[in-house]
Design a protein around this ligand. Structure first.
Ligand code: VAH
Length: 321
């Protein structure tokens, strides 16, 4: 029996790519995209406006459509989250608690909850952060994700709700825009390079962070969600990594393809956030429990991003000619 899947935050960087993949996999009409904003231009398929902080609206939609799986992607990310801390806390926590409570009481079988490397802080070993580390996040986003992981584990242990979670690193893809995070530079830099423009980076050149290519992130999400229940041994959240690099590393990788590309560095408040995040994370439990293995290293990310963005720039210029 194919699931009926509801995605919150479907207009976001990950949701934009995940929705079509889920439709391909489970049937076009079995996947309901939702977001607090109307669908993006060009988006097709089933869509409902939904504010996930409104429990009754969520309940009516889940009950009315017979939803059996929820991917709760809606959240305010690390950088944007610092602009209005209490609003960020309320949006991120109220929406998650609504998803957990509605799922428990309406018979939803499986929930995906995205966490983040933002749950770590300077009390963890940031050189290669183990899955079970001290969590002392320094952003409201990270605080909400750390709390959310523990709520996910609570609903599994107390009610048996099958909630599964990944601590995403920075996600890099050409298909969608980043959503106000500290790792957004790693997407913006490729757009500048493909446009033949210099890039002004808001992090220091040597700030190494864990990253993952969009296709790897999507595949990891599906592999986690389709793994046998018995193999899921971590019910807070699994560390997930593709590769780690700094702005200087990615600039150098781009310059191997576009030698004239220039990067300047103008660190802002986001440097303070990134300074308390891991350089690398240990995703050994994900590899051991459900067979995770990344397919994209920095050079492959670079080649794939530039191939797609340069083709798009050429297509756009032909349209204008
Ligand atoms: C952010 N892209 O920067 C998100 C992510 C690991 C970072 O959670 O907030």
């Amino acid at each position: 029996m194919l699931p009926t899947v509801l995605i919150t935050g479907a207009n976001g960087q990950l949701g934009t790519v995940l929705v079509p993949v889920l439709r391909e996999r489970y049937g076009h009409d079995n996947v309901i995209a939702t977001d607090i904003r109307p669908p993006l231009a060009g988006a097709t398929g089933r869509f409902s406006l939904l504010d996930a902080t409104d429990e009754e609206s969520l309940r009516q939609l889940v009950r009315g459509e017979g939803v059996t799986q929820i991917y709760h992607l809606g959240a305010i990310l690390s950088a944007n989250g610092e602009l209005n801390p209490l609003h960020t806390w309320r949006v991120n926590m109220d929406s998650l608690l609504n998803v957990l409570e509605v799922s428990r009481t309406e018979g939803v079988e499986r929930v995906f909850y995205p966490s983040s490397i933002a749950v770590f802080g300077h009390h963890a070993d940031l050189s290669c952060t183990p899955n079970h580390s001290v969590l002392n996040p320094t952003t409201v986003y990270g605080i909400s994700k750390a709390a959310g992981e523990n709520w996910a584990q609570y609903y599994f242990e107390r009610y048996g709700l099958d909630v599964r979670s990944l601590r995403y690193p920075g996600i890099i893809g050409h298909q969608s825009a980043p959503g106000g995070g500290t790792t957004d530079y790693a997407v913006e830099i490729f757009h500048s390079a493909a446009a033949g423009q210099p890039y002004s980076c808001f992090l220091q050149s040597d700030t190494t962070l864990p990253m993952i290519y969009m296709d790897d992130a999507i595949r990891a999400t599906l592999e986690l969600m389709e793994a046998p229940t018995a193999s899921i041994k971590v019910r807070t959240s699994y560390n997930l990594s593709g590769c780690s690099f700094s702005p200087a590393d990615v600039a150098e990788a781009i310059q191997k393809i576009l030698p004239d590309f220039e990067v300047r560095y103008a660190p802002d408040f986001r440097q303070n956030i990134a300074a308390d995040w891991p350089d690398r994370i240990d995703d050994g439990p994900a590899r051991n429990d459900w067979g995770w293995k990344p397919a994209y290293d920095l050079d492959r990310i670079c080649a794939t991003m530039l191939d797609n963005l340069l083709q798009r720039a050429e297509a756009n210029s032909e349209v204008k000619d």
